[in-house]
Design a protein around this ligand. Sequence first.
Ligand code: VNL
Length: 390
Amino acid sequence: MKKRILLSAMLAGAALAISPSSYAQDNVFKIGLILPMTGQQASTGKQIEAAVRLYMAQNGNTVAGKKIELIIKDDAATPDVTKRLAQELVVNDKVNVLGGFGVTPAALAAAPIATQSKTPLVVMAAATSSITQASPYIVRTSFTLPQAAVAMGDWAAKNDIKKVVTLVSDYGPGFDAEKYFKDRLAFNGGQVVESLRVPLRNPDFAPFLQKVRDLKPDALFVFVPSGAGAAVMKQFLERGMDKAGIRLIGTGDLTDDDQLNDMGDGALGVVTSHHYSAAHPSAVNKKFVEAFEKANKGMRPNFMAVGGYDGMRVIYEALKASKGNGGGDALLAAMKGQIFESPRGPMFIDAQTRDVVHNIYIRKVQKQNGGLYNVEFDTIKDVKDPGKAK
Ligand code: VNL
């Protein structure tokens, strides 16, 4: 234990000593991604890695005269491991940029290292509003839960959903989803009658769903992280909650494209709010989905893949704009304010907050081309993170 504390103190000291100009190999640009490649969040790591490799295959591995070197490390979504890996990537590998971060606690654990070493850190997955405030070097290409939850609070109230029970994973993004949905529904004259929180690790949804059944709300609003939605859907249907007249709504994490097609027809009609659907009807997205599916047989890109793909775009373009010169600060400056068409639709990186601004879509699970998809039917344009509007 003592030894470990000593080691991490040494690493932290070394991180502080790094100056932006001390990069050893001038012709190499290193991107260090920390992703959950194993454990409960492994599907997120797999999706992001596939999208990152697709971006590189499509855009080459030489940018502004530098050879791009990609280093991927597995943190299994465990923050102590994330922190150690971030230190090692900065101190030993001398990466120019950090990226990835499958869950909020992992992003928060790495934030101080980005600050100390002046290394831009691109959050491609984690989605708690406050993350971008944990370091001035953080830029986000995923989304925020308040963006999605507020949109659902508006849609529900307009669609005869007045009495709701919320069910969220018991950590940062769950708290954001719960709060922003609840406040917005109340603002619209509805009411959250009970707020349930399930453990993030190995959740058993059964006792919570039983409680929901007894409360007989108009709808159950759910946030669970990517990869956990299928289990909720299965138990919701097994308990006949849909037949009991309880509608299922949530943020799009619930009907995640990574799992949706295997959820079965019971998922038909479920309405969610999110920034990305594999069925988004644009030429850019059609091209993205086709190329992704071709390169990764049997996989459909989900919102995590898009966060990774757009994260690479932000890094490549920042490197081009800063002409390969300058350290972390020049790179960071060139990330702020980027505006482009993502497979999700138009998006930009707000220069003040370093957070993503994009459309939020209301979608319904429908059958399309023989598969289950989140089909978008309403758009709220250019949504900033409501968590920052203070
Ligand atoms: C988070 C948010 C993770 C939304 C997720 O899936 C997600 C997070 C892994 O901030 O931890 O769908």
